[in-house]
Design a protein around this ligand. Sequence first.
Ligand SMILES: Nc1ncnc2c1ncn2[C@@H]1O[C@H](COP(=O)(O)OP(=O)(O)OP(=O)(O)O)[C@@H](O)[C@H]1O
Ligand SMILES: [Mg+2]
Length: 255
Amino acid sequence: MLKILNLEAGYGELRVLKGISLHVAPGEVVTVIGANGAGKTTLLKTMAGILKARCGEVEFDKRRIHNEPAERIVARGCCLVPEGRHIFSTLTVKENLLLGSYCRARTFRPWRKGPDHADNEQSIESTLEQVYELFGILKERSGQLAGTLSGGQQQMLAIGRALMSRPRLLMMDEPSLGVAPLVVKEIYKTIVNLKRRGLTILLVEQNARAALAVADRGYVLETGQIVLQGTARQLCDSPEVQRAYLGKEYRSIDE
Ligand SMILES: Nc1ncnc2c1ncn2[C@@H]1O[C@H](COP(=O)(O)OP(=O)(O)OP(=O)(O)O)[C@@H](O)[C@H]1O
Ligand SMILES: [Mg+2]
């Protein structure tokens, strides 16, 4: 579904990604783990069309998408849940969610009263119901200003907003950052739930323990390069990963 080949990107003089290659097959949860400043966000920003690639290729569903405008990449079915959530705090929860459907709604013409418009309204409504089913708290708080939600609830809102675009590939940037441990568990349960429903996920994390517990495969990113890759089990068993990312008391999140 996703193939990245030799991707390079950075900021001004700063070369951050130094030739990244990775792939994600349909239905997989793939994680990229790496320490602070390794280039994880830079990788996702480049794939989402927010940052220009300097060299290399990104193929999504056999189409080259690198350096396409961000909104087209979303419309193709590849959506980012950004680091730090970036919700619109002065809009309501529901308004934030509806913004997530903007790219798909835009192709419809509301002034034309016809089946297209009716179908679209219905499908946005049904996606909204699915998001509410996934995160009951968002339904309860749908009329509340998003800025009044807790950190964990804002993370759920950011995920819900991305789901409103009906992605086939969901890219998540550190969903556990700044979230209480119990809520991290809940968010990771949702990731498992989404995987069961057939969604393909690329999950970027510093929290290697949580990410490797739900991922099928993973890559380790260090200073802009992939230094290790394998199945989640292989990475968990790797002494380098244990020493650098899992600490001594590694346990699966199910335990
Ligand atoms: N907008 C920017 N302008 C200049 N340099 C940047 C910018 N954003 C990131 N960097 C630099 O690029 C490098 C990689 O940053 P990036 O945010 O991709 O890392 P990360 O792996 O996501 O880290 P974290 O785990 O802290 O989120 C770092 O050295 C960082 O200082
Ligand atoms: Mg980051």
